[in-house]
Ligand binder design. Structure first.
Ligand SMILES: C[S@@+](CC[C@H](N)C(=O)[O-])C[C@H]1O[C@@H](n2cnc3c(N)ncnc32)[C@H](O)[C@@H]1O
Length: 216
């Protein structure tokens, strides 16, 4: 299932901001050299992440799931001067190449790349966050969310990717053999029942939930 009708996506892209040359390079490098390039946020979602970050102008961003660094660099565009972005991934094979991409960006001194299992790293992080992007292994989404929420500042934003799971969450019977469909549907139900936050699922690409922590 395509995430979005190609004509619609092309039209949106034609009248939206371009990717930077570095982002374009990362996109192409990922397509040509890295397994599962579909995991990369891509041009349209990347502009959305950048836009949210620019609206929020965060002091501190957390990303769970760096992959090839595309989404991290999109969110870094909105960082406060002097702000920082921590991004976590366990994939050792991508680490050096992604470090090079970060080094060549305008945010070299603001991005902290952490290598390891996200649950272990999250338990060691003391920072508080204005913007969080959860985009790693789906079965741990609820764990990540519960670990991260106390570290999010009042008014802070959590974005969660792939919540529509290629549309499969809309038909649990037909997709009963795909375990992750149920995982994502359970996660979506958990978020929808949560108090103390505002939440909305946006049908952007594979579905992004935007959650705002109450209290500001
Ligand atoms: C969907 S990709 C991230 C895509 C990236 N955010 C983007 O938009 O370009 C998911 C990443 O999560 C990482 N990942 C999966 N399980 C993880 C875990 N338990 N701890 C840390 N990283 C993990 C994978 O190695 C992979 O690079």
């Amino acid at each position: 299932m395509d995430f979005l009708d190609k004509r619609i996506e092309d039209y949106c892209l034609a009248y939206s901001d371009r990717e930077s040359s570095l982002l374009k390079e990362i996109n192409e490098y990922t397509s040509n050299n890295v397994p599962q390039p579909r995991m990369l946020s891509g041009h349209l979602q990347g502009r959305f992440l950048s836009m949210i970050s620019k609206i929020k102008n965060p002091n501190c961003i957390l990303e769970i799931g760096t992959y090839t660094g595309y989404s991290a660099l999109c969110m870094a565009e909105g960082l406060n001067k002097g702000g920082k972005l921590i991004t976590i991934d366990k994939d050792t094979s991508l680490h050096k190449k992604v470090s090079d991409f970060f080094r060549r960006s305008n945010y070299n001194n603001q991005i902290i790349q952490k290598l390891g299992n996200a649950v272990d790293i999250l338990s060691e992080i003391d920072d508080s966050f204005d913007l969080v992007f959860i985009d790693a292994d789906k079965r741990n989404y609820k764990t990540y969310f519960e670990m991260v929420l106390p570290k999010v500042n009042p008014g802070g934003i959590i974005l969660v990717d792939n919540v529509l799971w290629s549309g499969k969450v809309t038909d649990l019977t037909e997709n009963k053999d795909d375990r992750l469909t149920k995982v994502m549907d359970d996660f979506n139900k958990f978020i929808s029942n949560l108090k103390g936050v505002k939440k909305m699922i946006l049908p952007i690409r594979d579905g992004i939930t935007i959650i705002i922590k109450n209290g500001q």
